[in-house]
Design a protein around this ligand. Structure first.
Ligand code: GLC
Length: 754
């Protein structure tokens, strides 16, 4: 096993930046010191003690787990969030086990800990990386106060199929947006000093390709040709590795038949050698043993050999490593040096976290949970993550709206508004839309009738009361969507229409003749075209977290101006997925389409145009990637280029545009920079996001926004997976969504021709 063995320099530590130039983030304790200390510790460890460092267990009853820890049989623990228990287990590791190697405690802190922020898809909808970084920092402060020093976040799985429930945990369909949000989270969790007691090791997951689970069915197989893998799937992970993400996690899926936990090419050639990653690679839960189910290993020993060869350092609750690694060495099927390499990575993580010097959590400090500043940040994130999809002028409510009917199963759902992967919420701290609206408008002016007991409720019994409330009100707010359990892991859906009798509820209150605001609170885009047509305004909140209600009330009342933009395409029908803006043009792009119902009986075969679209859904999505309205209006000029010709190396191109707030109130617009490679040796996407900038403008204010385009951003990967940069015409847009803007062109030219 080829391992970069760091040259151990003199005892005087030299603060070396790792060879791959990774962020100082994890070089806070001089690497040379760490490597020397690893060598020393490793030389004292028995094979059994080495194997046990690679063993991560779920928390369990204290006696059983405590005994195993005292015997040195555990390297890390997941899901223990009681600081007293954390310290008691840590004392057994440090003071009772033979070598006193500290444990590291891990948890899925995916979008906040006690104070819950919008789900990652909702944070992506803010298009505001600094806000996402702030959210991650707050999550780390709250989680580390209980002893958690490792989170299994950010998830960097580009996903273009909303049937996949875990799209909720992603930053959506675009690799650049996933990269920018993922790096923001890594900075927030890790800070620039991983040994800081409030820092948490980040975990870039699920490496790789999990978002391409076939048919949006979770855990399913993926087929990823090299150009797709290298152009779309890997870039966010490469950025995370080079930014200093302390850990990576393997994905459950196979890529072209090779399960990630046994994928030597991906884990050693790409992650370790090409990207220079020297952190910890952990398997997903039981994913090593599951290679038996995949049918690539006959038993635990074969699965373990595949994982060890691939360089998986830790077996998460799989019980493969602890059960069979020693036997494999004894049988001569595995070299102990391979195990040494895995253990080195685990010890390095613990040194970098400062756990040898500072293993215990300080329980003397008051809990930072729900600090006012944390709740304020969560409110801002929920506000900026809410997307205004439609508004006939009803929003924000004016003085004419005094009595409000609040209906729908999501109006007062403190657990469900927090979304998936929120195990540490306290539901009594959630501010629901109903509570916030009552506070804002006064109890007597808010007429509440949920209509349904929960989103899947098929009973229409409560709808009459909702209709009555609508009749007695000036306007209706209808909160629908998904319960938390309907998105996230193992929660794929074959049909994305609203469940239960939600549509019937919306129809009934719309029939009252009162103006209706539809507010969808969900973990993914839903196919809400019919319901959208029944409403005067539509707000989309990707499960907004603890303060979702506060944020929505502030938007509805006009105290806040929505600025969210879709991080994922909203299809008209489920069958259109996978659907995404960066699609190929095909040989038959539809210039026009025919509506199914307008086709004459016995119409001729070719009467529908013979181009690429659906007869029953057309060619467009319901709403495109990057789309979102505001209470004001903006104008974005055509791009202005610093040159019409760009050399293939040695120069960059500046792209400028002017964005103006042409409306009557302050607001934020996200200017998006898209590029198209018009002709390539492979068919290229019709558009690709290359940068974005969110700007806040007063009424009438204009701002010049400037982007820099480098040749490397115009490259792609050939069929062999190798990077390719080709001369030719490129189109450039600066726009407020992927479906707007007037392009200008430039030519990328070989230097010798200039
Ligand atoms: C789960 C998930 C992964 C999570 C891990 C630990 O199955 O796939 O995202 O971090 O197990 O809970």
């Amino acid at each position: 096993m080829k391992k970069i063995v760091k040259k151990i320099v003199t005892a005087v530590a030299v603060a070396l930046i790792p060879s791959w130039g990774g962020a100082a983030a994890i070089a806070s304790v001089a690497p040379a010191t760490i490597e020397a200390r690893i060598d020393s510790l490793l030389s004292q460890m028995t094979l059994r003690e080495k194997v046990w460092q690679l063993n991560q267990l779920n928390t369990a009853d204290f006696d059983t787990l405590g005994t195993a820890v005292a015997q040195g049989r555990v390297g890390s623990i997941i899901n223990e969030v009681n600081p007293e228990v954390v310290n008691a287990l840590q004392r057994k590791a440090v003071e009772e086990s033979r070598l006193g190697i500290p444990l590291v405690f891990a948890r899925d802190v995916i979008h906040g800990f006690n104070t819950v922020f919008p789900i990652p898809l909702g944070q992506a909808a803010t298009w505001n990386p600094s806000l996402v970084e702030e959210a991650a920092r707050i999550a780390a402060v709250e989680a580390s106060a209980t002893g958690i020093r490792w989170t299994f976040s950010p998830m960097l799985d580009v996903s273009r199929d909303a049937r996949w429930g875990r799209i909720a945990e992603s930053a959506g369909e675009d690799p650049l947006l996933n990269e920018r949000m993922g790096l923001a989270m890594i900075r927030g969790y890790q800070t620039d000093n991983l040994a800081d007691p409030t820092a948490m090791a980040a975990c870039a997951k699920h490496f790789a390709g999990y978002g391409y689970s076939e048919a949006g069915k979770d855990y399913n197989t993926t087929w990823l040709p090299l150009p797709l893998l290298e152009d779309v799937v890997l870039p966010p992970f490469e950025a995370a590795a080079k930014a200093g993400a302390a850990t990576f996690m393997t994905s459950f899926n196979d890529i072209n038949g090779v399960p990630s936990s046994g994928n030597k090419w991906l884990m050693r050639d790409v992650l370790r050698e090409r990207w220079g990653f020297d952190g910890v690679l952990i398997s997903d839960w039981n994913a090593i043993t599951e290679m038996i189910n995949h049918g690539v290993a006959a038993d635990k020993k074969e699965a373990t050999l595949l994982a060890a060869a691939a360089g998986v350092d830790i077996d998460m609750e799989g019980h493969s490593y602890p059960d069979v690694l020693e036997a494999l060495v004894a049988e001569g099927r595995l070299d102990e040096a391979v195990i040494d390499g895995l253990v080195r990575n685990v010890l390095r993580l613990k040194f970098r976290l400062g756990l040898f010097e500072n293993p215990y959590v300080d329980t003397s400090r008051p809990s930072p949970a729900f600090a006012p500043a944390h709740l304020a940040a969560a409110t801002r994130a929920a506000e900026e993550g809410t997307v205004l999809l439609k508004n006939t002028g009803l929003l924000p409510f004016g003085k004419g709206v005094k009595k409000i009917a609040v209906v729908g199963p999501m109006a007062d759902a403190p657990h469900d508004q927090c979304g998936t992967w929120a195990p540490d919420i306290r539901r009594e701290r959630s501010v629901t839309p109903l509570a916030a609206l009552r506070k804002l408008y006064g109890d007597r002016n808010v007429l509440y009738a949920p209509g349904l007991r929960y989103t899947r409720d098929r009973s229409c019994e409560g709808i009459a009361a909702a209709v009555k409330a609508a009749g007695d009100a000036d306007a209706v707010l209808c909160f629908v969507g998904e319960e938390a359990v309907m998105s996230g892991e193992a929660h794929s859906m074959a049909d994305l229409d609203l469940k239960g009798a939600q549509t019937e509820l919306i129809e009934a209150v719309a029939a009252s003749g009162k103006p209706v605001v539809l507010v969808i609170m969900a973990g993914r885009p839903l196919t809400i075209g019919r319901e959208r047509d029944m409403a005067d305004a539509v707000l989309y909140s990707f499960h907004g977290g603890t303060m979702a209600g506060e944020a929505l009330a502030r938007i509805i009342s006009g105290k806040a101006n929505p600025s969210g933009k879709l991080p994922v395409t909203m299809a008209r029908m489920t069958g259109q997925y996978p659907m995404y803006y960066a699609h190929k043009n095909t040989g038959r792009p539809p210039e026009w389409t025919v509506e199914l119902d307008s086709i004459q009986v016995e119409a001729p075969q070719t009467s529908t145009g013979c181009t690429s679209y659906y007869l029953d859904a057309g060619k467009e999505p319901l709403y495109p990637f990057g789309y979102g309205l505001s209470y004001t209006t903006f104008e974005i000029s055509e791009p202005r280029l610093s040159a019409s010709v760009m050399p293939m190396s040695g120069a960059t191109l500046t792209v400028e545009c002017t964005v103006t707030n042409t409306g009557k109130r302050a607001g934020a617009e996200t200017v998006q920079l898209y590029v198209r490679d018009v002709v390539g040796s492979l068919a290229r996407p019709v558009k690709e996001l290359k940068d974005f900038a969110k700007v806040w403008l007063e009424p009438g204010e204009s701002r010049v926004v400037s982007f820099t385009l480098a040749p490397s951003q115009l490259a792609f990967h050939g069929l062999d997976g190798k990077p390719v940069l080709e001369p030719g015409e490129f189109m450039v847009w600066t726009a407020g969504s992927s479906a707007e803007g007037t392009p200008v062109s430039f030519n990328l030219v070989e230097n010798k021709l200039l």
